[in-house]
Ligand binder design. Sequence first.
Ligand code: SF4
Ligand code: SF4
Length: 455
Amino acid sequence: MQNTGFFRYLNHTFSLRQALGWTGASLLLALLGAHFFRASEYGLVVCCCGVLLLHCGHARWKWYAVSFFLFWGAVQWGSTAFFLAQARMQAGLPWFRAALIVWSVAGITCLGAIALYGSQSHAGKEDPLARLKGMVFFCSFWVVHSLASLSPVPLLLLERFFPRWGEAQIIPLAWYGVFVLTLLLDPKRSRRGRKLVWTFFSCVFFGQLILGLLGMEKLLMTGNLHIPVPGFIVFGPAFRGTPGMMLALALAAALLVGSAWCSMLCYFGPLDAAAAGSRPVRPLPPLLRRAARHGRLLVLALGAAVALTLRMAELPLEAALAASVLFVGASLLCMALLSRKYGGMEHCTAFCPMGIVVSTLGKLSPWRIRVAPEKCDNCGACENVCRYRAISATSRVQGKTDFGCSLCMDCIAVCKNKALALRAVGLPLSAATARSIFVLLLVVVHIVFLAFARV
Ligand code: SF4
Ligand code: SF4
């Protein structure tokens, strides 16, 4: 047969084995979509269609993503078989045949996922990040979907406007997660990329808040307004006497990715980064330096005491609002005067109580920046770029960064001697693997925040 352009294209694009894998996986995805359609889970139907579209792409990471999605699909079929058998048993109906059919579909889906995954493992290695990207795509989908389905209130924005369609927004979010991962793992683009992604997150957060205040209450998480300042993630529960969802999210994030909350997950940080600008960081005068050392602890203690007093004294809401306005004013003043003047993120490092909470909790996670003193020639580039004032000649000699390190990795990007690396303390991981796992976790948590973090 003549090798026409079309056949040459097909031949170049797919091996026979891949073509079979593609067809099988497409049928399994269509079947899964039909299953969700029958259950009126229209958002998940859109997810299946989205993954099917993904499956048409050439990039290897997409095929990995599809195989992980199919594994998840097999678990969905398995649980359906279990509940079907249980329901039929309780109703006194024959259950074995029906459950066996659904179990078989679960088994075939699982085999399809294994075959697709295996076909990629043996394929060329033109994208070393393919598996990681596929994992970020799937984990973002899975975590956001699981949290959304566990919540008694609709967490996903789309769900508030179109009930049962909410999950449809997860596929673009997961795709965006792959883009963020690629940026953060590229040494040349990581610094700028982190700032862009972080600023975008802050714009989405405050954009929703402004629209909510203008009358679109559905954009506010509970329909009620909360003060959008990180300190209130701690003070709010102290005032109300009940823990909030944001507190749970922040604490879970601190355990997973340590103090990276302060460099990628906090919606307020980009304001301080903008105030600090891009000028070189200047040293603080001795008096301010001493005040900054204990500032966050002091603000945390004072703020918690005020919140508890307001609650116990049952003072009117106006008093709480006045205290809140004072706190927000002090935050903005700190940025306007100190961060602008000295070029460091003074609000985050010396004032914000959430910073000290996540830095302390972050010690439970294994992630640390480590310095190889023998490679360091004391050029000072890391010190100049660190807006958290967390690295100095003294800390470099000790082989580590200071307590305030936010794991932003900007210093790693500028160190020409490769003397700095992110490590997983206590775990037998190379620097490259540690960084990949850390960035994977960071991106997934970031996507969860992007999907849910609304006041
Ligand atoms: S940038 Fe690297 S070589 Fe320069 S002072 Fe920092 S750790 Fe040392
Ligand atoms: S020491 Fe490095 S990783 Fe830590 S905050 Fe400073 S620049 Fe970021």
